[in-house]
Design a protein around this ligand. Structure first.
Ligand code: KG4
Ligand code: ZN
Length: 373
């Protein structure tokens, strides 16, 4: 990262950061700082979802998303400052998601952030959206480095070692669909409403997970990657073989899919935790943190709690609103970066593809839905 010309020669040890998130279908802004003891504090966290704008198309339409961000960003920034009870004059730095994501949305958010930084003479931080997710357990639970992170969202399924600011090792990723994507596609083929994850979980509650035997992709393999497209295909084949489906059939298929997903996650995470414990045998408070929308799933959370317990590791699951896309996580990542003296030039580009671990080899299908992180 290079120093921005706007960087003040000397800055206080901490201050308020205004964060902006526009990488997919949420327009979000937040103000984050620290209390007198140095603990992170969220002063405001405003998220405007575009779900309705995209509903008729069954997915996020990039051009619609970019326009909606452009229309909403000014108002959202105003509300975030109002709710925080501060004026722009009290903000010390601006942080904006600069990748990965949909290029139109990224340009809207990053340009808004740079314009404020330029007009106010403030430092600007170009934040990697995935770093926002990765650092969230430090924002919510004050977790110390290092820790293991499971990121399970609509666009990513990754196991990351977070060993310091900017120090991330991707230990595993999906070789095809992200887990949230598999939930969404399963819901779609069973004609359940979008977003699919909560619909599948609701139906699964009344179903029998043992009626349909489904595969457990990659179970027992020593590589730490995930695969979910075979599971989704097996659900489709079972659905076709039993058509027309009644409500009980759908419930049983959802229960079987959710059980297979949870067991697959559990198997991969168990292996990762064993490696983590081996790498850091003497940590006083070893922790596994989760992030991403799928972390809301009760059965998956239970599986993670169990496997963490088996390895003597604490499970940290931030509140749902901070697991899904938001700007508080971007402001917080910006705060850590700014405090470390790492700011960016206003010429910093947006990066639709921006892996957190630049050394990790891209796998087949990785980033297929790079828009959603
Ligand atoms: O992190 P997120 O809000 O957005 C991004 O993908 O960035 O995650 C959304 C994903 C969707 O695929 C949604 O179906 C899934 O998280 N999801 C769930 C649940 N709630 C949301 N998946 C399973 N069970 C849930 N309860
Ligand atoms: Zn995300």
């Amino acid at each position: 990262m290079s120093a921005t010309p706007a960087q003040p020669a000397s800055r206080p040890p901490s201050g308020l950061v205004l964060g902006i998130e526009t990488s997919c279908d949420e327009t979000a802004a937040a103000v984050v700082g620290r209390d007198t003891a140095g603990a992170p504090r969220i002063l405001s966290n405003v998220v405007l979802s575009q779900i309705e704008e995209h509903a008729a198309f069954g997915g996020v339409v990039p051009e619609i998303a970019a326009r909606a961000h452009a229309e909403a960003i000014g108002g959202i920034l105003r509300v975030a400052l109002e709710e925080a009870g501060v004026s722009l004059g009290e903000i010390a730095a601006i942080a904006a998601t600069s990748g990965p994501g949909l290029v139109g949305g990224l340009i809207v958010g990053a340009t808004a952030g740079k314009a404020i930084a330029l007009s106010r003479g403030l430092p600007f931080v170009a934040v990697n959206h995935l770093e926002g997710h990765a650092l969230t357990p430090r924002l919510t639970d004050g977790l110390a480095y290092p820790y293991l992170l499971l990121l399970v969202s609509g666009g990513h399924t990754q196991i990351l070692l977070v060993s310091g600011l900017g120090r991330y090792e991707r230990w595993g990723t999906t070789i095809d669909d992200a887990l949230g994507e598999a939930f969404d596609k399963t819901a779609k083929l069973l004609e359940l409403p979008h977003p699919g994850g909560p619909s599948v979980e609701r139906m699964a509650a009344g179903g029998n997970p043992a009626r349909f035997p489904l595969p457990r992709p990659l179970r027992g393999e020593k590589r730490l990657d995930f695969s979910f497209s075979g599971l989704k295909t097996a659900v489709r084949q079972a659905a076709e073989a039993n058509a027309p489906l009644n409500e009980g059939d759908v419930a049983d298929l959802c229960a079987a899919f959710q059980r297979a997903s949870a067991e697959s996650v559990r198997d991969r995470v168990s292996l990762a935790l064993a490696r983590f414990r081996e790498r850091y045998p003497d940590l006083p408070d070893p922790a596994l943190a989760v992030a991403g929308g799928v972390a809301a799933n009760g059965e998956i959370r239970r599986a993670l709690g169990d496997v963490a317990g088996e390895h003597g590791v604490r499970l940290v699951s931030p509140p749902h609103a901070l697991c899904t896309d938001n700007a508080a996580m971007i402001a917080y990542a910006g705060l850590e970066r700014w405090e470390a003296g790492e700011t960016d030039a206003l010429s910093a580009p947006v990066r639709p593809r921006w892996p957190l671990d630049e050394t990790a080899v891209p796998l087949v299908g990785f980033g297929k839905r790079g828009a959603k992180a």
